[in-house]
Design a protein around this ligand. Structure first.
Ligand code: NDP
Length: 494
């Protein structure tokens, strides 16, 4: 049963510059719905000249509007109003999000939109909390460290959670008093435009939050290089993150926050108590959004005594999934974002098999009855750490299984040569859980759970090739501030 008719939904198309939607003629990309592969809109591509106009406009707005200078609580009030407007539009925004992304509409309405709104509220609360500090100097000196916004922040966001990712990047930057020039993923470009319209309604001054559409090579690179952009923030692949960081070095240098790839382990010890509950947690951590999640738990590392029983339960959950469009009420597995991305998943699984991996279920693309590309939840065992399914980020619903006997072996398998984004540890032994926390090199370790919560105060970000800096938490706001040192002689009159 369809929850909405995708052919009846109008999307806002264009760039958002100077507080209004602009639809220039010129080069355009075809945008497809991942659920059925249909082209449903044309996306204008902002070239270097247009990015320049947008950046200069944003810079002027930042200099001339009150955004950076107003009472921080006024800025917070505007951001909270924005959050309220977003939440009030959950049904409409949720449909807009689901139409062209991999987010099932029910989840988009019940989770993505409220999470987006709450993220904005969370950052709003920091607007007047991070002013800097008074330094401990000698008595006849007064030292201050004053927190100031950078000015214009460039943001490039991915396609896997289009609205939520915008709220993380833009919310933190705006709360700190910056202006933002955003390029959403060209695969999911439209819901951000509605967010920008609502920002204006809430009272964000025109020109403070801007969106330019386009691909990475043209629009993304032009943003990164632009001299008015003082800092970049990006979420996506490690390869693209490295390219952006190089460009930041060459065209600044300017700082960069990178939230990149992962190959996160789910480490299970044989003292766990409830295998049914655990199987559901582990399966959910790799099939949610069809595994297209940076922190997806893609490597099951399980102590031998419980391996067979646990894997059998996970296999049963995997084979019970029903792929289908984001607007299909009965579907439990959303599409892969594009046919190319599905082919990429299939190619890694083929290489994994060639290297000795055994596919226990799934392992193929289906069209879900809609004409999209859906990848069936897949379990692969018989793999070692060199197997491509273990070493490479797949970004699909593919779980590898490795077994171990003693704790040390488990910890060693949980580590990864390249990535360190997140990890899950499941055990009823608190000491063992804390030993795992100490040993695993990852930006986040979840114990007896898997996945982020609504505790926005906990930052997210990776070690090693999984990134630099944090989204969420106080740290995300601090990353949008620079610090000015002031030292005064106050010992005697001048
Ligand atoms: P990429 O990281 O390759 O691209 C993300 C965005 O950056 C796209 O809009 C891309 O544009 C743009 N871009 C590419 N090159 C540059 C550049 N030199 N300067 C500025 N912007 C650039 O993600 P993909 O969508 O291609 O997915 C590939 C893989 O990335 C996935 O399989 C997954 O492993 C990982 N990924 C990780 C995410 C995460 O949450 N950490 C989210 C999404 C993907 P264009 O497509 O035109 O090149």
């Amino acid at each position: 049963m369809p929850i909405f008719d995708p052919d009846q939904i109008q999307v806002p198309v264009g760039h958002f510059i100077g507080g209004r939607l602009q639809t220039p003629a010129g080069a355009a990309l075809e945008v497809q719905r991942p659920s059925d592969g249909k082209v449903y809109a044309a996306l204008p591509v902002a070239d270097e000249a247009l990015v320049d106009i947008a950046a200069e406009n944003a810079w002027t707005a930042w200099k001339e509007s009150d955004w950076a200078r107003c009472a921080p609580r006024d800025r917070a009030r505007v951001l909270r109003r924005w959050a309220d407007l977003v939440e009030a539009e959950a049904p409409r925004l949720g449909v807009l999000e689901a139409l062209g992304s991999t987010r099932p509409v029910r989840d988009a309405i019940a989770w993505d939109v409220p999470f987006t709104a709450e993220g904005l509220r969370f950052f709003a609360e920091y607007a007047d909390k991070l002013g800097g500090e008074v330094a401990a100097t000698r008595h006849d000196h007064l030292g201050m460290v004053i927190a100031e916004p950078y000015g214009l922040i460039g943001a490039i966001t991915p396609w896997n959670f289009p609205l939520v990712m915008v709220s993380w990047k833009v919310g933190a930057a705006l709360a700190a008093g910056n202006a933002v020039l955003l390029k959403p993923s060209e695969l999911t470009p439209f819901s951000a435009l509605r967010l920008a319209e609502l920002a204006i309604q809430a009272g964000v001054p025109a020109g403070i939050f801007n969106i330019v559409q386009g691909d990475g090579r043209t629009t993304g690179e032009a943003i990164t290089r632009h001299p008015r952009v003082s800092k970049m923030t990006f979420t996506g692949s490690t390869r693209t993150g490295a390219a952006i960081m190089s460009a930041c070095a060459l065209h600044g240098p300017k700082p960069v926050t990178l939230e990149l790839g992962g190959k996160s382990p789910q480490l299970v010890f044989d003292d766990v108590r409830d295998l049914d509950k655990l199987a559901a947690t582990i399966a959910g951590a790799i099939t949610g959004n069809a595994g297209q999640v940076c922190v997806a738990g893609s490597r099951l590392i399980v102590q031998r005594r419980v391996a067979g029983a646990l894997v059998e339960r996970i296999r049963a959950i995997f084979t019970g999934h029903r792929p289908g469009a984001t607007w299909d009420e009965d579907a439990t597995l959303p599409p892969i974002i594009s046919a190319q991305q599905a082919a990429r998943i299939a190619a890694i699984v083929e290489r994994a098999q060639a290297a000795g991996g055994r596919v226990k279920c799934g392992g193929r693309i289906v069209d879900g009855g809609y004409g999209g590309a859906y990848y069936l939840p897949t379990l692969i065992d018989g793999v070692d750490t060199a197997n491509p399914a273990v070493s490479e980020e797949i970004f699909g619903p593919v779980l590898t299984v490795q077994t171990f006997d003693d704790e040390e072996e488990g910890f060693a398998l949980a580590s990864h040569d390249s990535y360190g984004l997140a990890a899950g540890v499941h055990t009823s032994d608190v000491g063992r859980a804390m030993r795992a926390v100490r040993r695993i090199e990852a930006g986040t370790v979840w114990v007896n759970r898997y996945g982020r919560s609504a505790d926005f105060v906990i930052p997210t970000g990776g070690y090693h090739q999984s990134g630099i800096g944090k989204d969420l938490g106080r740290q995300a706001v601090e990353a949008n501030l620079r610090f000015k040192s002031v030292l005064m002689d106050i010992g005697s009159p001048q």
